[in-house]
Design a protein around this ligand. Structure first.
Ligand SMILES: [Zn+2]
Length: 253
């Protein structure tokens, strides 16, 4: 036991065996080396997984044509179902002008042309009679009813679009109305009557027959007197406006 100058006991120094230190140090170094090796191995494997199997990068020096990734063909577009009611068809003539021009013949012509355009664009479309039994619970991505205003106000020109007054799909149906308004205006150049939507349009019977989840709208394509040239000589323009309006609605959801 060691003592200091005052005779107090000094703590015992720990006995260190030099041989044991050597063994421990070697073991520690060995362990460290092993850890470094494992680390390097992990890095190597990770790097191979990340870069080893990737295709050659574009524009990195190698000669030959640039290889772009090949994308799979676009398939499986959802089938879009559209119902088009030809106003008054198979029920009555609708409005009749003094010279015998009937609303139903205009409506049916435009409805069939609209359907043809949409079918050509890949949609699943059917033209329905005014009171078609199919309307009961009708399920589709959109239902449009086509009507035309009478000859009664010779100076009146322009078109109207409306949805049901109390809509269960107000945002959807407002968008449908807006798409129809914009595209029909663009295709025909007709004036849009925003403030003369009638109660009859908003309470149109088919709105209450179709399934509640089917967005629907009614369009009055023009007036049979002032807009007659467009409606009878260029019905393709009216049809194009309606078809584009429906596509605008279906493809921008
Ligand atoms: Zn009508």
């Amino acid at each position: 036991m060691k003592r200091d100058a005052g005779g107090r006991k000094l703590p015992e120094e720990k006995f260190e065996n030099p041989l044991r230190i050597g063994v421990l140090e070697k073991a520690q170094r060995g362990l460290l080396a092993l850890l470094v090796l494992i680390g390097v191995a992990i890095l190597f494997v990770t790097a191979r997984a990340a870069f080893g199997s990737s295709p050659p990068q574009r524009g990195t020096g190698s000669a030959g044509p640039t290889v772009y990734p090949t994308l799979p063909p676009i398939t499986g577009l959802p089938s879009r179902r559209v119902g088009i009611v030809a106003g008054h068809w198979q029920n009555d003539s609708g409005a009749v002008c003094p010279d015998g021009l009937t609303e139903v013949e205009i409506n049916l012509d435009i409805a069939r042309r609209t359907a043809a355009l949409l079918i050509e664009a890949g949609y699943d479309v059917e033209v329905l009679a005014e009171f078609s039994p199919k309307l009961e619970g009708y399920q589709a991505d959109a239902l449009i009813s086509i009507h035309t205003d009478s000859c009664n106000i010779p100076e009146a020109s322009g078109f109207k679009v409306a949805r049901v007054l109390q809509s269960t799909l107000p945002e959807e149906e407002d968008r449908l109305v807006e798409c129809l308004r914009r595209e029909y205006e663009r295709a025909t150049g007709l004036y849009y009557h925003k403030d003369s939507i009638t109660y009859d349009m908003q309470e149109y019977h088919a709105f209450y027959e179709i399934a509640p989840q089917t967005p629907a709208a009614i369009i009055e394509t023009g007036f049979m007197d002032a807009d007659r040239t467009l409606l009878t000589e260029h019905p393709d323009l009216a049809a194009e406006g309606i078809a584009r309006g429906i596509i605008c609605f279906l493809e921008t959801r």
